[in-house]
Design a protein around this ligand. Structure first.
Ligand SMILES: C[S@@+](CC[C@H](N)C(=O)[O-])C[C@H]1O[C@@H](n2cnc3c(N)ncnc32)[C@H](O)[C@@H]1O
Length: 394
């Protein structure tokens, strides 16, 4: 069977070994780092057009097993895919309609998977967004604390202020802000499992008097100008292009004049949204973040501006997210046996590919992540920000 493989595949010279279940083996180059063990022979035909979503699907449906360090598997899969398919970006994906019902189901699919599973590989505060490394040797826990503090400093939080945290996750930022900056936090999530554990963690930290977390959609935030500051971290990827203006209008309406809004989220590489990574985005959309959409930075800035928010500072953290995801993936890979007892086999296969694949994607500049800080100016156009950023780094 293997000798019949297409010459284009055989000529690629990859550090890859192909094995047919319990049978023959073929090395596609010297010193293979990765073995793909084909369980379903019909897959051999499909390997002539190996998009990354197809390879990922073969693994999660057990038509193929992978052997070797997961980061090497992703890299070699990309070499294979690029070698045969080239590197032209694919067309922009179809944009999807988002309503509260579909968004709630999509969020529940991802975040209600298992708190214990997420606890295996996140930092102790279970921050589920890009960390901030002062040095490559920082631990994940340290880098997440630095990220939380970086956000609080950018928001110039002052004791007694009211902070809205849109997409609060397991409450790590809320606790950091209440504990170290003396603010009162109102946070929302669409995940019941997150909410329960976050409330428990707030109580254990003795902070529940200062933090109120609710199961609530951002579209259901009522009232106007109730908050001094608004923060949204790793949430706007769920909003969708169609709702971007409505989302930023909510943030704008919730913050008082003179207040600051921080939007921290993943952004697309191309302004028109055309795809990079030969199907990698399709895999993420199908199995990891259903209904997720990545706007470009320019689109986010444009939408914020049109909603009356003045963008005052933008920072890219792309390589920080590559490092964060590498830490998450390493943590998971070290605890696969335990993970198998917490979630089913298919989900574990999906999450292994997702964490390592996204680490690879951020390293390769397939997507970016930006912290966008904006102010809602006072009626006369003024605001209260300091003249320089020096206060952020004291
Ligand atoms: C990647 S997590 C980030 C959590 C947290 N900000 C952190 O950094 O750890 C995304 C969060 O956004 C929330 N979310 C997604 N869509 C939402 C919506 N429509 N309304 C409110 N929260 C939403 C999810 O429930 C989840 O808590």
């Amino acid at each position: 069977m293997l000798v019949k493989l297409s010459p284009s595949l055989r000529n690629l010279q990859l550090p890859l070994r192909l094995t047919l279940k319990g049978g023959p083996t073929l090395d596609l180059g010297p010193h293979p780092r990765v073995t793909l063990e084909i369980q379903d022979l019909s897959l051999l035909e499909e390997l002539t057009e190996p998009s990354l979503d197809k390879l990922g699907e073969a693994y999660i449906s057990r038509r193929m097993e992978i052997h070797g360090p997961i980061m090497d598997v992703i890299e070699v899969a990309d070499m294979l895919s690029k070698g045969l398919l080239g590197d032209d970006p694919g067309p922009a994906p179809q944009r999807q309609a988002h309503d509260k019902h579909t968004d709630a189901a999509a969020v529940s699919y991802h975040y209600d998977l298992s708190n214990e599973f997420y606890g295996l590989w996140l930092d102790p505060e279970m921050v589920y967004s890009c960390a901030y490394f002062h040095s490559v040797n920082d631990s994940l826990a340290q880098a997440q604390q630095q990220k939380l503090d970086h956000l609080c400093r950018k928001l110039r939080l002052q004791p007694g202020e009211r902070l809205l945290d849109v997409g609060c996750g397991w409450g790590g930022l809320a606790r950091h802000a209440a504990r170290h900056y003396g603010v009162e936090v109102y946070g929302i999530t669409l995940s019941q499992a997150q909410l329960e554990l976050a409330r428990q963690k707030n109580a254990e930290a003795g902070l529940d008097q200062h933090i109120q977390l609710e199961l609530q959609d951002y579209r259901d935030l009522t009232g106007q100008e109730q908050f001094d500051k608004v923060v949204s971290v790793g949430m706007f990827e769920h909003v969708g292009h169609a709702n971007l203006d409505a989302y930023f209008k909510v943030l704008h309406d919730q913050v008082k004049p003179g207040g600051l809004v921080m939007n921290h989220g993943i952004t697309s590489k191309h302004t028109d949204g055309r795809q990079v990574g030969r199907g990698a985005g399709d895999f993420i959309g199908r199995y990891v973040f259903p209904h997720g959409e990545l706007p470009h930075l320019a689109m986010a800035v444009s939408s914020m501006s049109e909603q009356g928010l003045e963008v005052v500072d933008v920072e890219s953290l792309r390589l920080h997210y590559a490092r964060t995801l590498e830490c998450w993936s390493d943590n998971l890979e070290r605890q696969l046996e335990r993970a198998r007892t917490l979630i089913d086999d298919k989900a574990l296969r999906i999450w292994r590919i997702y964490l390592a694949g996204c680490a690879y994607g951020f390293r390769r500049n397939w997507m970016n992540i930006h912290q966008i800080l904006a102010v809602k100016p006072h009626a006369d156009g003024s605001h209260d920000l300091p003249w320089t950023r020096a206060d952020l780094y004291r």
